[in-house]
Design a protein around this ligand. Structure first.
Ligand code: GDP
Length: 302
């Protein structure tokens, strides 16, 4: 645990100076607040969250007569944790089987990697997992998933060409017939510039619902934490099309822009504060961790 937290901390402080570093030997004055403002904006926290957090910090510092910079740091960390807490939600594993999880995201976001990590984590929880390769057009994407499945003894429903919605439909039925606990439906990644190509996703969602009236139980968006504020546009677009139930935010081990979660929590740029189930903090199989607001706030403040 210590290792991925320190990776997250390092990633989030990539601007060269961690937010925590600003407090070292600092006086509690306007200059400090200004530096904090810059640091939060640089971390892609956005204006709304930055103003809300620093406003609350000033009030707290005044009320509690805090004069020590280290205590201001603790206060900021706690305020960020409080601000992020509404995004924290444990993924429910106890639904009647098969639970259907649809997964979307733009190319390169880390969708395939995250599906692999998730399948691994579900299996570790004694869940039987089936995957559906919803990308019927890109053979490479499909093969990557199939190879991953073979290595980990997870069956993959795939089809060369044809309708992704039909593959998803078959997978849900196969999941039920084979007594699976979780059916993960991968969908074709689109380019970040093709966010308008959402009809296919809507259709998959609709057709999955015909195989099982409760499905999809979860609709996840995998989003690259590196994209910072662009993540907001992605969340907004996918949410409008397929009504997201949760996020997987990847690559937080290598980015200084992880503050974007504060922008999500603040509903910046018209985004709905969609819960964050997991964060990606590396390329290894275990580098997908449940999102815990307190841990994240501590890593962000450094
Ligand atoms: P897809 O196109 O969305 O399926 O993206 P991939 O799953 O192929 O991932 C793209 C690249 O990002 C790969 O090189 C992954 O190893 C890498 N990646 C995915 N998640 C993470 C993460 O949490 N941290 C790091 N450092 N790399 C990641």
């Amino acid at each position: 645990k210590a290792s991925w937290l320190s990776r997250l901390t390092r990633g989030l402080s990539r601007t060269g100076q961690s937010i925590g570093g600003l407090f070292v030997g600092a006086k509690v004055d306007d200059a400090l607040y200004e530096e904090l403002e810059t640091a939060l904006i640089m971390a892609d926290a956005g204006m709304e969250a930055t103003e809300k957090l620093l406003g609350a910090l000033r009030v707290k510092v005044r009320k509690e007569k805090i004069t020590d910079a280290a205590q201001v740091k603790t206060a900021l960390r706690d305020l960020i944790a409080e601000h992020l807490a509404p995004l924290e939600r444990a993924f429910p594993l106890d639904r009647p089987a098969p639970q259907v999880v649809m997964i979307a995201g733009v190319n390169g976001a880390g969708k395939t990697t995250s599906i692999g990590k998730l399948a691994h984590a579900f299996q570790a929880n004694n869940k039987k997992v089936l995957l559906a390769a919803g990308d019927t057009f890109r053979a490479a994407a499909r093969e990557q998933l199939v190879i991953w499945g073979e290595r980990n003894n997870v069956a993959v429903i795939a089809q060369d060409g044809g309708d992704p919605a039909a593959v998803a439909f078959d997978a849900v039925n196969a999941g039920r017939a084979r007594g699976m606990d979780i059916v993960m439906v991968d969908t074709a990644g689109r380019l970040p510039t093709q966010l308008h190509l959402m009809e296919e996703l809507k259709k998959i969602r609709r057709v999955v619902g015909k195989a099982d009236a409760q499905a999809p139980h979860e609709v996840l968006l995998v989003v690259d934490g590196n994209t910072g504020q662009n993540a907001l546009a992605q969340i907004r677009a996918f949410d409008a099309a397929i009504n997201l139930t949760g996020l997987v935010v990847t690559k937080l081990d290598g980015t200084a822009k992880g503050g974007v979660l504060a922008a999500v929590a603040a509903g910046s740029q018209g985004v709905r504060p969609v819960p964050v189930y997991w964060i990606g903090v590396g390329e290894g199989m275990d580098d997908l961790q449940p999102f815990v607001a307190k841990e994240f706030a501590a890593a962000l403040v450094g």
